[in-house]
Design a protein around this ligand. Sequence first.
Ligand code: NAD
Length: 418
Amino acid sequence: MATDNGMNPYEMALQQLEEAAGRLDLQPGVLDLLCKPKRELTVNFPVLMDDGRVRVFTGYRVHHSTVRGPSKGGIRFHPRVDLDEIRAMAMWMTWKCAVVNIPYGGAKGGVAVDPKELSLRELERLTRRYITEISILVSPEGDIPAPDVNTNPQIMAWIMDTYSMHKGYTTPAVVTGKPVEIGGSEGRLMATGRGVAYCVARALERRGIPIEGATVAIQGYGNVGSSTSMHLQEMGCRVIGVSDITGGVYDPAGLDARELRRYVSAHGGVAGFPGASSISNQELFQLDCDVLVPAALEGQINGTNANGVRARIIVEGANGPTTPEADRILQAKGVLVVPDILANAGGVIVSYFEWVQGLQFLFWSEAEINQRLEQTMGKACTEVWGMAEEKGVSLRLAALMLAVRRVHDATILRGIYP
Ligand code: NAD
């Protein structure tokens, strides 16, 4: 989908890649390869609705790269999903897995649907049919889906079950983000937020701002926004503003992250949270705070609103929330931006742990997961910050340079077949 200010996310991803490539000495043919998805599948499929009608939906699965390992990436259910959005997300997944150095390539999938319009049974039928339609691309060895916008552990459970029914035996490693009861990993649900919070702490430290009492605004209160908010609150930060599709809430004394999560599950959104005043999504971006965490959709911080951002630090929970034009504006204003491919990698890191556990049928404790997650995030942060300082570039450019270099070098090592 085009972002809210009309920018095509795939164009955005290509611009970012070109900027990183411009600073690296890459073989031109390999760069041409990295600009394009390896393979893409569009499926049109029927779903039986509860009233007996048949509705046809369109879905996609794109593999951007499989050079460093099987492809990995979430599945999104959203009315504005289209091929270019999925292509962009698949490319970002390649860079994300490379920057945190886990042995995966990048993929993404999605269905153009508003799941809120479906009953639970319709959602289950849509999920099972979609995963069957894309099953020529999905497997534990080849391509492993995960949750993304509007998909959750229950949907991952249906995906695991559908794949397993076709195989004739239980195959937990085909999908991650499953419920713990059926082979999901401890710590996965909160992993993306844990990683985002880790990056917030690193960025605050760099800027000399104490964590205790640091003020935070968050856009999006789904999996990523709410888990980030709860971790930050535990670390001593004050979450003063949150917004989502239903509106926004503001309390300078700090919102209670857990209460807000309970409220959102009961009411479908943050609007009307008792004790807080209401603000718009655009006002949230203009809040005077230490950290802004966009955790909704791509293109939210763009040429039209970046000048109004008053946060000292932005940590990108969402994928692609900042357009290249906004990036330039923020850099000129001195705002420190921790890029998506680093900041929100906690989810795919623990997904990797979940996959490894599923392949072995051997499960780790939550403490072990969280410790390994911090280790992996910590190493990646040190490498990205180190590259940014050495080359005098932004964290986004440094992260992309590290990632693109790794994928490029792996391509050269493997050679061009035949
Ligand atoms: P989710 O469906 O759980 O939550 C999405 C949130 O965004 C909801 O609160 C929704 O109300 C809000 N939102 C949607 N449209 C909006 C709009 N126009 N304005 C304001 N708010 C809006 O999704 P999620 O899994 O939390 O994903 C959020 C972002 O994080 C996406 O960019 C996703 O790709 C990225 N991400 C997710 C994971 C993960 O593990 N789930 C991992 C890495 C990155």
